[in-house]
Design a protein around this ligand. Structure first.
Ligand SMILES: Nc1ncnc2c1ncn2[C@@H]1O[C@H](COP(=O)(O)OP(=O)(O)OP(=O)(O)O)[C@@H](O)[C@H]1O
Ligand SMILES: [Mg+2]
Length: 261
């Protein structure tokens, strides 16, 4: 298989807590990987480790078949990895377009704000075109000049997605992209992700299992920091360890492993 990203034996500890314990994950090219599991299972921590936000206690990381040291946050864009945050995380003082331009500027790996507004007219114009394209991809063109406070939650999530897309990454890490969205918005997002799959390889953390079922080629299930099952969603949801993990939570409707179609 075209293995793009591989994480082997990843453990992350916070004081006495093993947030991740010996986790192995592989992402193939043009694949959507779903990452599910109860609250506190370690899903965001896995993204944080890949993004250089938390240091692994142990584990191997490889990209494109090449072993590498764990990335530092500032190297991510150049490694072709972009993520969205659980929640939204836009800069409130910048318009949607400027937020996305800041994202693109990070790719040029120069100093963020100062450079954004200090760039020459030509490169700023280029940046703007890239940012506009990314907004278009995310279906957020009409929000370009709006500030985050003027946007609905679903619309601000689109802008946050555009800010990841503008990096033209190979790998997209999406942390709960459907959270807080209504049924129709979730449907649109699922279709968008299936379109993006042509260009990107995507890992999606999500509690909405119907959404995960629709978009994912394979899923990994984390529970208490360990991968307890992996494979196609339809198989994994029948796995007894997975059923037990979900029954063990005081899960909301979203979190329960629905009937799946
Ligand atoms: N920076 C941190 N410092 C200390 N503990 C942390 C930190 N980040 C996460 N944890 C703990 O690690 C465990 C895994 O958390 P994580 O946020 O990865 O879970 P999650 O699967 O993303 O959960 P959710 O579905 O609620 O977002 C939890 O017990 C959490 O409290
Ligand atoms: Mg999380």
């Amino acid at each position: 298989m075209n293995e793009l990203l591989k994480v082997e034996g990843l453990s992350v500890t916070f004081g006495g807590l093993k947030a991740l314990n010996n986790v192995d994950i592989e992402l193939h090219k043009n694949e959507v990987l779903g990452l599910i599991g109860p609250n506190g299972a370690g899903k965001t921590t896995l993204f944080n480790a890949i993004s250089g936000l938390v240091p692994p206690a142990s584990g191997m990381f490889s990209l494109d078949g090449k072993n590498s040291i764990w990335p530092k946050t500032h190297q991510l864009a150049n490694l072709g990895i972009a993520r969205t945050l659980q929640g939204v995380g836009l800069f409130s003082g910048l318009t949607a377009l400027e937020n996305v331009m800041v994202g693109a500027q990070a790719h040029a790996s120069k100093g963020f704000f100062a450079d954004l507004f200090g760039t020459s007219g030509k490169s700023e114009a280029k940046l703007k075109v890239k940012a506009q394209k990314a907004l278009a991809w995310a279906g957020a063109t009409q929000f370009a000049d709006k500030y985050p406070s003027e946007l609905t939650y679903p619309d601000s999530k689109r802008v946050a997605l555009a800010r990841a897309l503008v990096l033209e990454p190979k790998i997209l890490l999406l942390d709960e992209p459907a959270a807080g969205l209504g049924h129709d918005e979730i449907e649109k997002l699922a279709n968008l992700i299936l379109q993006l799959k042509v260009f990107y390889s995507i890992i999606v953390v999500e509690h909405n299992v119907e959404f995960v079922n629709k978009i994912s080629d394979r899923v990994y299930v984390l529970n208490f920091g360990e991968v307890i099952a992996s494979g196609p969603f339809k198989e994994v949801r029948q796995d007894s360890a997975v059923v037990a993990a979900y029954l063990g939570t005081s899960a909301s409707e979203d979190v329960k492993l629905g009937s799946g179609n």
